[in-house]
Every structure is written in structure tokens, then in C-alpha cells.
Write a protein that binds this ligand. Structure first.
Ligand SMILES: C[S@@+](CC[C@H](N)C(=O)[O-])C[C@H]1O[C@@H](n2cnc3c(N)ncnc32)[C@H](O)[C@@H]1O
Length: 430
């Protein structure tokens, strides 16, 4: 095998030599792409080589100068404002969210949280890290007994079930575009005797809430969206005056981009994230016409990297079971290829979030408030928005400050309501 790889490598060097001579770098890239695909799809390339290749691609992505980045961002923000709320929603749903639920129960932790977890201690298990992050949302979103709470993009119910159990006097409505997620959540709610939760299957492009809420929460769904201006406007109409929207997104610290298929390097966009967006940490702050920012936090990418490594371990541990599921889902001939693609997905995302020690890509948390009374009229004024952006709770300043300052503010915020977090953790442990 090693000899075969060496021969292939030598062949590629020859191709590259002639390609360079003839200025045919595309030829080399095509040959390299075909070579990689052949061996990668047969699960013949060791992880250390894959990880090295992924890091190379990541470095390539960060080659823009600051001047280019700023121009790109200004254009990006304007472009999003004229796009639909989301694009290619059916493709993304099929790629990810309608896969048999058994796959996700095999790979995710007990809460079935399909988003970044929080490792408060190096000894934390995946289950503990899931609960840590869920408890942190309760604190940062100001969730309490008696509230009407709407979750957008609820996945397999990690947060909705957690909140419904932690605050039985609240009324929780969970929305996602996946029929199988709804079935799973309803089944879990029955098993756990949760009665204050309803689940709606709807595409966010068409979804219209028919009630008013005290809180809207959304965890890693905004990355499937495009027109944040319109989405935040809609959210504002579903909130009561003074109500708040809490959003968790993954993001790059400065550069937003679309997941687009421009070359074979973009297989993530092709197979896993069609129509997706990589927001920058400050991206949502550009859309404050209807809601004003009152809290902003950054969570180091290292937490997401650890989460993904835990999913990868489970994916590998359950190889035989997963292969069986994939044979039924993708067909016998394609099962191994998809087993590898899912491995690559976890590997690539883990490397991405671990890049530069978690200070390059990570997770942003945002709390937006719907103004009440005379403030409501003023929120759409640019001066007012700028003031709100400075951070009503003192944490918003982190947008232009360092990532570390935002993290410190988050920790301080978390310490303010330990009782709610403890209650949430107790409920989760039941
Ligand atoms: C990354 S998952 C996160 C799930 C969940 N919030 C969690 O943390 O475990 C994204 C969620 O957004 C949902 N979603 C994506 N695009 C959507 C759309 N166009 N309309 C409604 N839901 C969507 C998916 O079905 C999924 O539930």
C-alpha cells in the first residue's frame, strides 16, 4: 500500500512538473483531486495526512488582506439583504436532517445536541459538555418559568426538551424543517412526561408564528439562512415588546462567506451544507433595524473541535452499525464512501475550529432585544443602533474588542444566574 501511494505521489510530481511548465495548474489540481478522491473514498488515507491537507486548505482560505476583507464584508452584508431568507433548503435538509434518526442517536450525546458543546473541564464527557452549553443558554437568554418560548431550528430537541423540563411552567414551541426530528422529539417528550412542548415542521422561508413569545432561541440554524435583515424583522414581530432573541451561531472571527461549490475543494458545500453561510462574529450586528443587540459573547472554537472529535469517536466506534444504516440509506455501493465523507466532515470541522487555538473560527452568542415604548420607534435610527451595538449589558463592546474580552463578559454573565443553570442541570440529570 505504502509503495502504491509513493508511486502515485511520484506520478503526481511528474504531472505537476509538466503542468507548471505549460502553466496548467488546473490540470495538476484535477489530477490531485482525482487521486485524493480515489484513495480517500476507499478509506485508505490515514487521518494525519487528511488533517494536514485540511489545515493547508484552511490557510489558503485566510489569504485575503484586511482591506480586501473589509470590502468583501460590506458587499456581503448588502448581498444578504436582497437574498431570500434561505436558499436550497430542501437540499440541506436531505443531506443532513432527514438521515435516519438512529444515526444521530448513535453519534451524538444523550441530549442529541447537534451543535457545539461546552467543555468546562478537560474531564467533561460529551453528555456533560452538552448539558453545560444548554445550561449556559438558559442563563444568557434569560429563560425563566412562565415564559412563552419559541425555538427555531430545534434539531432533535436538545434545547427545547431541556428548557421544557427545567421550566415546566413555561410553554415551549419547537420548529424545524425535518419531519423525522419532530417524530423523535414527540417520542422523547412522551417518555419524559413533558407536556409543555409542541413541535412544528416548517421551512423557515415560509414559517409564520401565530402567537407572541417572550423569548426566541435559535442554535446553529442561522448558518442555513441568508437574509438576516428579513429573518430578524420576522422574529421581532413574533416577540412581545421587551422580548428577546438569543442566537448561537458558528462563525469566523472576521470574514463571512457562502458555502459555495467552486472547485472540488468545496466538497463540504456540495455534500453537507448546500446554501449555507459562514457568518463572521460581527455579521448579525449589521442587521439591527428591528432588534437591538444587548449581549454578545464568543466561545472558543476549541469547544466545537472537542465536540466534533467526540462525534467522530462515536461514528468510528459504531462503524458496523453505521455501515448497515448507510447501506439502507445511500445504497450498498455508496455506503463506504458516505461513511468516509461523514468522517471527513467531522475531521474537517474539528480542524477548522481548532485552527489558531480556537481563536479563528468559533461560536458567537447574541442576545437581541425588542424595544418597548418610545424606544421601539428609535431602534431603526442608525445612531440608536450604533449605541445599542455598544452593548446594553456591557458585553456588546466585545464586537470590536478582542475575542478574550467577549469570553470574559460571557463568563461574568454566566455567574450571575447560577441558580437557573443549576436548576437546568438538575432537570437534565433526572
Ligand atoms: C445544526 S442543526 C442544530 C439543531 C439544534 N438546534 C441543536 O443545537 O441540536 C440545524 C437545525 O436547523 C434546522 N433547519 C435548517 N434549515 C432550516 C430551514 N430552512 N427551515 C427550518 N429549519 C431549518 C435543521 O432541521 C436543524 O434542526
Amino acid at each position: 500500500m505504502a509503495l502504491l501511494l509513493q508511486l502515485q505521489g511520484a506520478l503526481l510530481l511528474v504531472v505537476r512538473y509538466f503542468a507548471d511548465m505549460l502553466h496548467l495548474t488546473q490540470l495538476y489540481e484535477l489530477a490531485f483531486g482525482a487521486f485524493m478522491r480515489y484513495f480517500v473514498e476507499r478509506d485508505l488515507v490515514p487521518d494525519f495526512l487528511l488533517r494536514r491537507g485540511i489545515r493547508l486548505l484552511l490557510r489558503k482560505r485566510l489569504a485575503e488582506t484586511l482591506e480586501e476583507q473589509v470590502q468583501h464584508k460590506v458587499r456581503f452584508v448588502e448581498e444578504l439583504k436582497v437574498l431570500p431568507v434561505a436558499v436550497q433548503t430542501a437540499a440541506a435538509n436531505e443531506q443532513h436532517y432527514e438521515l435516519p434518526t438512529e444515526y444521530f442517536t448513535a453519534v451524538l450525546g444523550t441530549h442529541r445536541k447537534y451543535s457545539s458543546c461546552l467543555y468546562n473541564s478537560p474531564r467533561d464527557s460529551l453528555d456533560k459538555a452538552e448539558a453545560n452549553m444548554l445550561a449556559l443558554y438558559c442563563v444568557r437568554a434569560g429563560l425563566r418559568e412562565g415564559q412563552d418560548i419559541l425555538e427555531l431550528g430545534c434539531g432533535w430537541g436538545s434545547l427545547s426538551l431541556f428548557v421544557a423540563r427545567a421550566f415546566p411552567g413555561s410553554r415551549v414551541t419547537a420548529v424545524s424543517n425535518s419531519r423525522t426530528q419532530r417524530e423523535y422529539i414527540l417520542q422523547r417528550a412522551q417518555e419524559l412526561d413533558v407536556r409543555n412542548l409542541q413541535v412544528i415542521t416548517a421551512d423557515m422561508v415560509e414559517f409564520q408564528a401565530t402567537a407572541q413569545y417572550d423569548r426566541i432561541v435559535s442554535i446553529e440554524m442561522f448558518e442555513h439562512m441568508k437574509n438576516y435583515q428579513e429573518l430578524l424583522r420576522r422574529c421581532s414581530t413574533w416577540l412581545r415588546p421587551g422580548g428577546q432573541l438569543f442566537v448561537h451561531i458558528f462563525c469566523h472571527k472576521t470574514n463571512p462567506y457562502h458555502f459555495e461549490v467552486r472547485s472540488e475543494d468545496d466538497w463540504m458545500a456540495k455534500y453537507f451544507f448546500s446554501g449555507g453561510t459562514m457568518p463572521s462574529l460581527d455579521l448579525l450586528l449589521h442587521f439591527q433595524r428591528h432588534l437591538a443587540i444587548s449581549g454578545l459573547w464568543y466561545v472558543s472554537g476549541t469547544h466545537y473541535s472537542r465536540t466534533l472529535e467526540a462525534w467522530l469517536v462515536n461514528h468510528d466506534k459504531e462503524r458496523r452499525y453505521v455501515m448497515g444504516l448507510f447501506e439502507r440509506t445511500y445504497g450498498r455501493a455508496a455506503a463506504l464512501k458516505w461513511f468516509v465523507y461523514w468522517r471527513l466532515f467531522y475531521l474537517a470541522c474539528s480542524e477548522l475550529f481548532n485552527f489558531n487555538g480556537g481563536e479563528e473560527w468559533g461560536v458567537g452568542h447574541y442576545l437581541f432585544t425588542k424595544p418597548q415604548g418610545p424606544e421601539a420607534a428609535a431602534v431603526s435610527s442608525p445612531r440608536r443602533r450604533a449605541a445599542a451595538g455598544a452593548g446594553a449589558n456591557g458585553a456588546g463592546g466585545g464586537a470590536s474588542g478582542s475575542v478574550k474580552a467577549a469570553v470574559a463578559a460571557a463568563e461574568a454573565g454566566a455567574a450571575q444566574a447560577p441558580a437557573a443553570a443549576a436548576a437546568s442541570r438538575r432537570a437534565a440529570a433526572k
